[in-house]
Design a protein. Structure first.
Ligand SMILES: Cc1cc2nc3c(=O)[nH]c(=O)nc-3n(C[C@H](O)[C@H](O)[C@H](O)COP(=O)(O)OP(=O)(O)OC[C@H]3O[C@@H](n4cnc5c(N)ncnc54)[C@H](O)[C@@H]3O)c2cc1C
Lengths: 804, 337
């Protein structure tokens, strides 16, 4: 290090730094585990508030955290006793049905609801004047219209509420909507042409949702092209000049629809002093917030309940049109209203993963050093924005220079929504295949090349595990080695995701005199199993089995919880839960100390027993001690405090290996297995983490091979808005999944948990299959879904190799 | 959905009486309901009365007769696929039923309903498209999205024949019995059961509104017969065929005396391929003759704008199924079902 004379002010700073070893008031220095056990584990020091609970050791030394007790609500789920939104039955409840447009682009001239209103059993009809979702014109006066302009087929226009679902359905058909049809475009290539019908008559922007998504705002807009959003690091032109090898190619991916098993839906009950909404949502907080603001109600008069939900994948934030319309109909009719979407509405109107058309160019020196990465992408988020996919190209590898341009292309289709790792499966599909292609030019192996250009220490460990795996060792490094029509291939892809923390994450823990403990938070369980993890934390603190902990979540009557998007839930909420549990335990000791004839600071609660440090008494069980509380209940509420060392930023990721067989005569790809090595900080419940990765790999395989939203270009209607022709991987399509978790301590919070939902395989599956396809056939496959049509076309363009 | 009467019948005569009461449109037979309910939910069908035949026990079951097999139309696809005699002597048929749709659909779907299900063209299946098959002028598939549509013999409508069971039955030269209260019984062959779009675009089969399909008869295969069926889809589970093939070989030692090759998802009605059959007849079954049969099957194929890939798949499906029938190749682990 150069020794430069420092100015006096800097001297002062240095002095301060020297003092930093001594923590400021209210803080203490603790020693925490950091790194991967068996590889890089070591101690680090962190300064933390003195109110924080003691540092948790690594999982191996814990009783409940880091173990895999069965899902806390498993019985409720499999027995059907868990109540989902559609299970809610309220006295006098009405059933609502949307009236949706069946044209892709039009001005609504008039809406005649009179016939629908006359149907016996119909109690209310609501016409939408303020539509949610999609981009909005910066200058609304460019379009003067009483009703929202129809920008996609399936856009909700009105809704009918009736005493029976079939009456509502029938009446909805009687609402007469008169359209003034406008020219439309549903194909992205066509929409990019300068003479394409404009989806918006002027610049339009869309905000993101709580789960990310949404695109760049206030970027240039030409015709239907909204963008580019440009990001630069260094000088790519110079970078390409410095390169010894350059690979440039084009990749395309399709639109994927979330299609959670449970569709979007709400039951809204508007009472004069309280609006109660049961919602299938991944954000009780976001639903409450947006309903309060939409209806100008104080938040204290909006209650949102989500006891169980059947998946969201990013598309279920806020009330959306179903929530707003159901609440409005409930207000109008004075009765509770249920509005659950059917599968067609679900496919058309509540979000999707944008397509991509990416031109990726990467340059490297002979030794593998990356000199330049350039990505120009177009993608369509329908009449919304958010098709950017530069995340992997920006964040996975070290490159001397980077240039990305992301463009959204408007088409007349339903707006996209955040979808499990927005942009990343698309981006990784192009990036990871290009990296493999470059490795081949450099005469390096895929893992060796990545060791050179990827500095992330955890992925380095993961690559080592892959390198030593039987599957990777079985890979023939020579592509197209099999002689018969069925060719085996093995390929890998890496993934990256980011540490997002939501500070609005709080929990309350109560200890009762009967020895029962409960934890409360408004957080919802999107399906990842946060209830189980909360129970484990209390179990660890109080020494009771997790099944005996009461977990009450999914209700805004409890302390605020994070919206589950961006893989934030476990990382954000669990420290608050542990802090609350710890503080409640301290209060508990205060409460029992008099009856135990000692002072609170003489007592410790550990492994389900209260001990006296001075030996004043024999240890007694937590339950027996609780009986001596001087009040019937003690409780503590805690909220998330910032990460212990926010300047130290870790990403999460994994290395996934696919083994496939390509039937080169039929064009059918059969994915035989995945070996997936992933990290997510401290795995709080390893089997639930593996669950997420299994799900991500399945959804990623389904994206890679099957799923595709198909819109007829001539009429602008989706032709496969169902689940038999919108194809999702079924039982026999799902490969064998073998997941290996890497514990990766990062010393950031009282639980040191991180997120997994998005890093979990969805990012890398298609790319790994693509690389395996090349390994099998010697041909690059550059577009998804890799149907027989695409595979046969790809193989037919390959230079013929003698196969005899 | 309009209100409708649900007439639950337990006897064949009761059901026939229901059907003959009023010949007007609006009385519809429901067997397993897998196909019908989908169409009702989409609003394509608004019956005034549903005649439920599902509980007519006399129309369910598999019987061996001197001539061959007599199968009640309410026998489920699952029952057929698990029947030992069908598995051993009518393999093409058990394979076809056993690989249709999914296990849970096969438990619900009846043979009669499977044969009489309507086509799965996405334009036909959407109430938003008023197509030729609904009595209007236009077929939307020719100029639209047609990746799953026909590649041959399609005339005015390229929707594909949906029934796997029919691919098996055509190979075995089966017939069906149709019964009406007024006109009694008639017997038609599997091929004659279906109506080509040119002949009448709005009619998929020759069954009249007052008729029930009351039996399926399969003649006993000649000595030395071996058969097989395989289906290929984009997915292996829960998917439709994009190429499926049935093969029946009458063998004399190593020589194929006579071959029947049937194809499902190639055309609007299930078809035989005389060219493929000719390529096998009188020859030993080898990889070479099997491939030649596959190749010959595509003579006259005219793929649409998006489905040329099916012209590559059918020959392979046929060649592999010929070898499977001949016992020279195992069941393809990547086939669907
Ligand atoms: C995802 C999916 C995949 C599928 N894949 C396949 C496949 O690969 N292969 C395949 O073959 N099928 C497939 N199917 C279709 C399924 O097999 C049929 O829908 C089912 O066989 C219909 O039988 P059903 O008894 O339910 O018929 P129903 O729905 O009850 O009836 C169908 C039609 O036949 C009429 N009908 C029924 N029985 C009689 C009778 N005895 N006399 C007169 N009229 C009658 C009814 O009026 C109705 O019009 C698939 C379906 C789905 C949803």
């Amino acid at each position: 290090m150069a020794t430069t004379k420092l100015p006096s002010s800097a001297d002062a700073l240095l002095g301060a730094a020297a003092d930093a070893a001594k923590p400021p008031a209210g803080m203490e220095t603790v020693t925490m585990p950091y790194g991967v056990p068996g590889y890089t584990l070591h101690d680090v020091q962190r300064q933390v508030p003195t109110t924080e609970p003691p540092v948790l050791p690594v999982n191996a030394d814990l009783e409940y955290i880091g173990k895999s007790p069965k899902r806390w609500d498993a019985h409720a789920k499999v027995s059907g006793s868990g109540r989902y939104t559609a299970d809610i039955q309220l006295p006098g409840m009405l059933y609502a049905k949307f009236v949706s447009s069946n044209v892709p682009h039009a001005k609504v001239v008039s809406i005649d609801t009179s016939a629908a209103e006359k149907v016996p059993g119909v109690k209310g009809v609501f016409v939408i004047e303020n539509l949610l979702g999609g981009a909005r014109l910066l200058n609304p006066s460019l379009e003067v219209s009483k009703y929202p302009i129809v920008r996609y087929a399936g856009q909700p226009i009105a809704a009918v509420a009736a005493t029976q679902p079939h009456i509502a359905e029938e009446a909805a058909l009687l609402v007469k909507v008169q359209y003034d049809a406008k020219p439309f475009v549903v194909d992205m290539e066509m929409a990019r042409q300068s003479d394409a019908p404009p989806v918006f008559p002027g610049p339009a922007n869309q905000g993101g949702s709580a789960g990310g998504g949404g695109g760049a705002r206030n970027v240039p807009q030409t015709g239907n092209i909204h963008g580019p959003a440009v990001h630069k690091r260094g000088d790519v032109e110079q970078g390409f000049k410095d390169a010894d090898f350059i690979v440039e190619s084009k990749y395309t991916t399709q639109v994927q629809v979330h299609n959670a098993l449970e569709t979007h839906g709400v039951v809204a009950d508007w009472k004069p002093d309280l609006l109660t909404v049961w919602a299938s949502t991944q954000g009780t907080a976001s639903v409450r917030e947006e309903l309060a603001s939409f209806f100008k109600l104080p938040k204290s008069q909006v209650r949102v309940i989500t006891e169980f939900m059947g998946g969201g994948f990013g598309a279920k934030f806020g009330p959306g049109n179903p929530g707003v319309v159901a609440a409005a109909l409930s207000k109008q009719t004075g009765a509770p209203v249920r509005l659950m979407l059917d599968r067609k509405e679900e496919q058309l109107s509540v979000g999707n993963r944008p397509s991509s058309d990416q031109t990726l160019k990467i340059g490297a020196k002979k030794d593998g050093t990356l000199t330049a990465i350039q990505l120009i992408s177009f993608g369509t988020a329908g009449c919304g924005t958010g098709a950017g996919c530069a995340g992997p190209a920006t964040n996975l590898y070290q490159s001397a220079s980077l240039h990305t341009e992301e463009n959204d292309v408007f088409i007349n289709a339903g707006p996209a929504a955040a979808f499990r790792a927005p942009g990343h499966p698309q981006g990784a599909f192009a990036l990871e295949q290009t990296i493999d292609e470059l490795a081949e030019k450099l005469n390096m192996q895929p893992l060796e090349f990545r060791d050179k250009i990827d500095t992330n220490p955890v992925r380095r460990v993961e690559r080592q595990i892959v390198r030593e795996s039987a599957l990777w060792k079985s890979r023939n490094p020579v592509p197209n080695a099999d002689r018969g029509p069925i060719k085996r291939g093995v390929g890998l892809s890496q993934s990256v995701w980011y540490r997002h923390i939501v500070m609005d994450s709080a929990a309350e823990v109560r200890v009762h005199r009967d020895g029962s403990v409960e934890v409360l938070s408004a957080v919802q369980d999107i399906g990842t199993g946060i209830k189980t993890v909360m129970a484990q934390i209390l179990a660890e603190q109080f020494g009771v089995p997790p099944q005996q902990v009461s977990v009450k979540i999914g209700d805004t009557n409890y302390p605020v919880g994070p919206n589950s998007g961006g893989s934030v839930t476990t990382a954000s909420l669990t420290p608050a839960v542990r802090d609350a549990a710890w503080q409640a335990a301290q209060k508990f000791l205060v409460s029992v100390a008099p009856a135990l004839g000692t002072t609170p600071d003489d007592l410790v609660l550990t492994k389900g027993e209260v001990h006296s440090k001075s030996g004043h008494m024999q240890p007694i069980s937590f339950r027996r001690a609780a009986a001596k509380m001087d009040t019937s209940e003690v409780s503590a509420q805690a909220r998330r405090i910032p990460d212990y060392d926010p300047k130290h930023y870790d990403t999460y990721g994994g290395v996934d290996v696919a083994e496939i067989e390509v039937d080169t005569e039929m064009g059918i790809i059969h994915v035989k297995q995945f070996f997936a090595v992933h990290d997510c900080g401290r795995p709080m419940n390893p089997s639930q983490v593996i669950n997420q990765i299994n799900g991500g790999l399945i959804q990623g395989t389904s994206f890679a091979l099957y799923e595709n939203r198909l819109i007829d270009p001539t009429y602008g209607l989706m032709v496969n808005a169902n689940l038999d022709l919108y194809k999702i991987a079924g039982a026999r399509d799902i490969p064998k999944l073998h997941v290996q978790l890497v514990e990766s301590y990062i010393a950031q919070s009282s639980t040191d948990a991180s997120g997994i939902g998005e890093a979990a395989g969805i990012i890398s599956a298609a790319a790994a299959i693509g690389n395996a396809f090349y390994n099998a056939t010697g041909v690059r496959i550059r577009s998804t879904p890799m149907t027989p049509s695409v595979v046969l076309e790809t193989l037919s363009k390959a230079p013929q190799r003698s196969n005899a | 959905m309009n209100p409708f009467v649900f007439a639950d019948c337990t006897t064949e005569s009761g059901a026939l009486a229901q059907l003959s009461q009023n010949a007007k449109d609006g009385i519809v037979v429901k067997a397993g309901g897998v196909d019908l309910l989908d169409r009702m939910k989409e609003g394509l069908e608004s019956p005034t009365k549903l005649v439920n035949i599902r509980n007519i026990s006399s129309l369910r079951g598999i019987r061996e007769t001197p001539e061959g097999l007599h199968i009640g139309p309410l026998t489920t696809l699952a029952e057929i696929s698990e029947h030992p005699l069908i598995q051993s002597q009518y393999t093409i048929f058990s394979d076809a039923c056993g690989n249709a749709a999914t296990p849970h659909i096969r438990n619900m779907a009846t043979l009669g309903g499977n044969l009489l299900q309507e086509n799965r063209c996405w334009y036909f299946r959407s109430k938003d498209y008023q197509c030729l098959r609904k009595g209007k002028e236009i077929c939307f598939a020719f100029g639209g999205l047609n990746q799953y549509h026909s590649i041959m013999d399609y005339g005015s409508c390229p929707a594909v024949a949906p029934s796997s069971a029919a691919v098996g039955l055509l190979g075995l030269n089966a017939t069906v019995e149709l019964t009406s209260a007024k006109r009694g019984k008639r017997v038609v062959g599997i091929k004659e059961l279906y109506v080509l779009p040119e002949a009448n675009p709005t009619k998929f089969n020759v069954v009249e509104p007052d008729e029930l399909l009351t039996a399926v008869m399969i003649p006993k295969p000649a000595a030395g017969t071996r058969s097989a069926y395989q289906k290929y889809g984009e997915k292996q589970s829960f998917d439709w065929a994009i190429a499926d093939a049935g093969v029946v070989l009458e063998m004399d030692g190593n020589t194929c005396r006579r071959a029947v090759v049937t194809m499902g998802a190639a055309s609007p009605v299930v078809r035989r391929s005389p060219q493929a059959e000719a390529a096998l007849a009188g020859k030993p079954i080898t990889e070479e003759t099997a491939r030649a049969a596959g190749k010959a099957s595509m003579e006259g194929a005219q793929p649409l704008s998006m489905n040329a890939y099916k012209v590559q798949m059918f020959p392979v499906a046929i060649y592999r199924t010929v070898l499977l029938a001949a016992g020279q190749m195992g069941r393809d682990p990547r086939a669907a079902g």
